[in-house]
Design a protein around this ligand. Structure first.
Ligand code: SAM
Length: 227
């Protein structure tokens, strides 16, 4: 029986990479990387010299067999994504399920992820939350937006910077202007920004910006939340 390690990597700040994550990557036989080029930067920075192979959303189904063959051959394998926790809006779930089904050990090395970092920074209720990840671009998007608008529980959404305004304008069609919302941008990086307030104010403020860059998480409080 071998071990599949799911290793969280920094979402921006390399100092967030844990000693245990480094030890684990140094101990495995091979590392499956979402993008071998970007992971090489991280691995070189921490002097981790292990064979890598690519494992991304376009070859995940195909590569699961490869990972299981390696585990069956007695090798220990780690999965890392470009940033954060594998499996969270990133490849990882299918390989983890397959490793369990084949009787291998799965060991996750905890670490950074954008969803809980944004949630913790938001100052919005985090006793219960729904993680929506990226909403579907077209089919089903309206239904999800309506459900979020109607939810009593905090919701976390990943969105690309160039679609943020469209998201806010569309969401404003379903939610009240005084809905509490937080935009968390560039978490753990130099230009980190946590901007919270009413949906209407946040929308106007971000619409007035010349450009919106960087990585973004949107945290939306439940519809009855006030402060
Ligand atoms: N696996 C990652 C995790 O654990 O959060 C998520 C990967 S997903 C492909 C990338 C999205 O995560 C970005 O579009 C953004 O919504 C969010 N994200 C990742 N890093 C971030 C950061 N430093 N600040 C804000 N959002 C971030």
């Amino acid at each position: 029986m071998s071990t599949l390690y799911i290793v969280a990597t920094p979402i921006g700040n390399l100092s967030d990479f844990s000693p245990r994550a480094i030890d684990t990557l140094n101990s495995v036989d091979q590392i499956a990387c979402e993008d071998t080029r970007s992971s090489k930067v991280l691995l070189q920075h921490f002097s981790i010299d292990k064979p890598v192979f690519s494992f991304h959303q376009h070859n995940e189904h195909h590569k699961i067999g490869h990972i299981i063959n390696l585990l069956n051959a007695g090798l220990n394998i780690a999965i890392i994504s470009d940033a954060g926790m594998p499996g969270i809006s990133d490849p990882g779930f299918l390989a983890t399920r397959a490793a369990h089904q084949e009787g291998h050990t799965v060991c996750t090395i905890p670490g950074p992820d954008a969803v809980t970092t944004a949630l913790a920074s938001s100052g919005l209720p985090c006793d219960r939350f729904v993680f929506e990840g990226f909403l579907p671009p077209k089919k089903g998007r309206k239904t999800r937006l309506e459900a979020i608008a109607d939810s009593e529980i905090t919701t976390v959404v990943y969105e690309s910077p160039h679609k943020l305004i469209r998201f806010l304008e569309r969401f404003s069609k379903f939610a009240e202007p005084d809905r509490w919302i937080c935009i968390a941008r560039e978490l753990s990086k130099k230009f980190e920004e946590i901007d919270r307030g009413f949906l209407s104010d946040i929308t106007e403020e971000w619409k007035s910006r010349d450009s919106i860059k960087g990585e973004i998480v949107i945290v939306i409080a439940g519809k009855s939340y006030t402060e």
